[in-house]
Design a protein around this ligand. Structure first.
Ligand code: ADP
Length: 274
């Protein structure tokens, strides 16, 4: 048995005299100076969380902030593809070197580590969580003003690890208009609050489609409940993003930066200022 040094935060022993919770937090690599880390989460998959992460990063880089993306969606990574990145990451003896997008966003993702990105990542939860921690602590991120962490959907192992170990300044929750996802959003909000992570706001994606001819908005998933949800939960509704097929095409071609959209411009200023 280890001798008690009366510092419960760094001790892993589960003894009866514990007075403080164990501190699981990790630090960024010693060459890194990361000013703000923002998690992007969703209660369920397919709501556009990765697209929103990429758009936030593009808006941030355009606004002049040094920007990075840590793709924590280890088993379903799609960030690298939307930026057209294919080359494998390399590392020095001491650190992983991030990839650079065409506008200079630093990106680390499992897709940039596999020989064949089409191969599934079939790793157990503990390994997945370990990889996300390594991405944060073993990458030479250099100077970063805003880092966005794309988390896997839900409230499983990896989101839990990120909440406990990566020093998040807050999270943004991405959702879609259907009433069905409300309870799922509430779960994510409650998880963050249980772990004392500030919820910086909600972004509703796929809110409407705008008619090319008359500009009318069509609410194909029904009228939004985002305002009501935000009021009930005391959250900021940061943005409502339409379905935009030109954007999907740009993502599919790996050219997200060549198709700038302004949906999130004000949001980035707010995040940087908070
Ligand atoms: P998630 O990360 O939540 O699983 P993705 O960001 O991968 O979801 O989005 C799923 C698919 O939907 C992707 O092909 C993405 O490009 C597309 N998509 C998401 N949001 C929009 C949008 N607002 N307009 C057009 N396509 C979108």
């Amino acid at each position: 048995m280890t001798e008690c040094n009366h510092d419960c935060s760094s001790c892993s022993a589960n003894c009866g005299s514990r007075t403080q919770p164990q501190d699981f937090s990790i630090k960024a690599n010693e060459n890194s100076a990361v000013k703000k880390v923002i998690g992007v989460v969703s209660g369920k998959g397919g709501v556009g969380k990765s697209l929103v992460t990429s758009l936030l990063a593009c808006a941030s880089q355009r606004a002049g902030y040094k920007t990075a993306i840590l793709d924590g969606d280890i088993t379903g990574p799609s960030i690298a593809q939307s930026f057209g990145l294919n080359d494998r990451l390399y590392s020095t003896e001491t650190a992983i070197i991030p990839a650079y997008s065409s506008s200079g966003i630093k990106i680390v993702s499992t897709n940039l580590m596999l020989d064949d990105p089409a191969q599934p990542v079939v790793w157990r939860g503990a390994i997945l969580s370990g990889v996300v921690k390594q991405f944060f602590s073993e990458t030479d991120w250099g100077e970063v003003d805003l880092m966005f962490v794309d988390l896997p959907p839900g409230t499983g192992d990896v989101p839990l690890t990120v909440f406990q170990s990566i020093p998040l300044d807050g999270i943004i929750i991405v959702t879609t208009p259907q009433q069905l996802v409300r309870i799922i959003v509430e779960k994510a909000v409650n998880m963050a609050r249980m772990m004392n992570i500030p919820v910086l706001g909600l972004i509703e994606n796929m809110s409407y489609v705008e008619c090319d001819n008359c500009g009318n908005k069509m609410y194909i998933f029904g009228q939004s409940h985002a305002e009501e949800l935000c009021r009930d939960q005391g959250l900021d509704l940061l943005a409502q993003i339409p379905i935009n097929t030109a954007l999907t095409e740009a993502v599919d071609k790996g050219e997200i930066e060549a198709y700038p959209v302004s949906y999130l411009d004000g949001v980035v200023e707010k995040l940087a200022a908070e």
